[in-house]
Design a binder for this molecule. Sequence first.
Ligand code: GLC
Length: 560
Amino acid sequence: MSEWWRSAVVYQVYPRSFADKNGDGIGDLEGIISRLDYLESLSVDAIWMSPCFTSPQRDHGYDVSNYFDIDPMFGDIESLDRLVEEARRRKIKIVLDIVPNHCSIDHAWFQAAVAAGRGSAERERFYFREGNGPNGDEPPNNWLSLFGGSAWTRVLEPDGSPGQWYLHVFDAGQPDFNWEHPDVQQHFDDVLTFWLDRGVEGFRVDAVTVVGKTPGLPEGPMPPPGLPAAHASGMNRHFQRHDIARHYWARWRRTLDRYQAEHPGREPFTICEAYIPRKPQMILDYVAPDQFHQAFAFDLMLSPWLPGHVRQFVDRYVSEVIHQGGALAWTLNNHDTHRSVTRYGRADAASAESWTGNNLVYTNTPVDEDLGERRSRAMAVFTVGLPGAFFLYQGEELGLPEVLDIPDDRRQDPIFHRTHGNEKGRDGCRVPLPWGLTPQRNFGFSSGDTTHESWLPQPASWGERSAEKHDTDPDSITNMYRELLRVRRELASSISEDFSWVDSGHEDVVSYRHRGVLTLFNMSDEPREIHETGRVLVTSTPGALVNGELAPNSAVWLGN
Ligand code: GLC
C-alpha cells in the first residue's frame, strides 16, 4: 500500500468560484475540466472539491438535498465522470466533500418528515421536539447555532398549525441528522460506495465534531453575552461528542477498508474537518486506526505571526500526532477563513492577542497586502516542507487577499444574515478567481460571450492578481508555488521522512531538517545572519538568501 494521501499535495476547488464555463456567473465542473492543465502545472496529487451535489445553496452546497447527484448549476453526473477521467489522465485524483451532520430542508427525508407530522417514523431521522412554554413557542432547549441565533426552528404541522421544532447546529436550512437511526448510517455507506464506484479516490468529511449528541439533548451552558456566534455556541459540548460519534466513523472506515480490499489498485481515504484548536490529543483520536485516515491541523492557519507560536504548534502536532502514527494535513487557507495575505498583512498580525482560535473573528486593523504576500510566500515554503500532507486553497497561489469591502447587499453567507450583519462571514475568501488580466468576462472567470456578472463582485484590482499576469512573471507567487511543489515532489520519492528542529542561532528564524532539506524561516522584519550552507533549492522571494543573510519575512530550502 502506498498510503499516497499521507504526503499528498491537494488543491481545494470551491466550485462556485473556480471557473465558469457556461457563462452564468457561477463556476461549474466543465470550468474545472478546462483548467486541469493549470492544476497539473502545480504538481498537485489531488483536487478536493467543496460540495457540488444537488442543493438549494443556502450554505453554498453544504446543504445537500440529494447526495447521489450533481447540482444542475455545476453540471451532471456525466461531467463529474469526465472530470474524474480527465484528471486521472494527468495523474490527479478527485476528492469529494461529504456532509454527514446535516442535509438540506429540501432533502426528500426532511420534506417527508414535515409532511408526516408528529410522532411519525419519518421524523426520527432528524431531531424533532416539542417546544417549551405554554404554547410550545420557545425552543426545546437553549442550544445555539454556530452560525448565530437558536439552533432550533419551528415547523408548521400538516394542518397549518405551529408545531414541533427541529435541530440545526448550522443554518435553519441544514437540519441535523439523527445518527442513531439505522437509515442514516446506511445512507452514508451507500453515498461513499456510490462515488467510489465512479472513480473518486477520497472524501473530505465536513464538520465531524458536531455529529455525536448527548442523549436526551440536555441544556447547555449559558454563554456570556457578546461572544461571537461560533464561540458562544461552541461552548456547548452536548453536540460535540466524539465518544458517541466514533462508532459511526468506525463503520465508515470498515466500508472504505472493505472497498479497498475488494478493488485492488484503489486506495481511497478520508480526511476529517475536526475543528478543534490547540488539542492535538483530540486530533490523534480522530485518526485512530478505526477512524479517519487523516485530519487537518488547523492551528498553523490560526496562528499569529509569532515564531514561538508557530514552532510550538508544529512541534506539538509532529510529536503528538505524526510521531504517534497519525496522518495530518497542514493548511494555510480554506473557504471558511480570511486569506493569509490579509491575515499576515494586518497591523496586529504579530501580536499574541490576534489569536482567537476562531477562523471567523478578525480585527479591523489596516492591512499591508505587499507584506502579507511576502509573509504568505515564506509561510508556504515553511509549511510545504513539513512532514504530512499539504492542502492549498484556490487563489492562494495567486496571492489573493481577502475581499473586505463586499457591499452588504451582495453578501450571501448565512453567517452574515443570521448575525444581522454583526459578523461579515466568509464571502471575502470566496470571490471568483481572476484568470485574465482585463475585466472582460469577469476577469476570465466566465467563458463565452457572457454578460452575467460573477455571483460575488470582483475588485477592480483583480487583474493584477490574475493567473495570466502571474504566468508572465518568473518571480510571481504562482511560479514560486510551482517551483516549491515541483521540488517537493522530487524529494518525496527519494528521501527519508525524518524530522528534527535545527538551532539557527536566532529565536525568530524557525528551522528544521526534513527529507534531507534544511528549511530556514525568518519571521522577523530584519535580515538575519545564517551560518548553515547548502545548495539553495527554493526561496520564497527572489534574493531571499544573499551572502549568508536571510532577508526579512522570507524562507529558503537548502539541500546538501
Ligand atoms: C464546515 C464547512 C463550512 C460549512 C459548515 C456547515 O465547517 O467547511 O463551509 O458552512 O461545515 O456544513
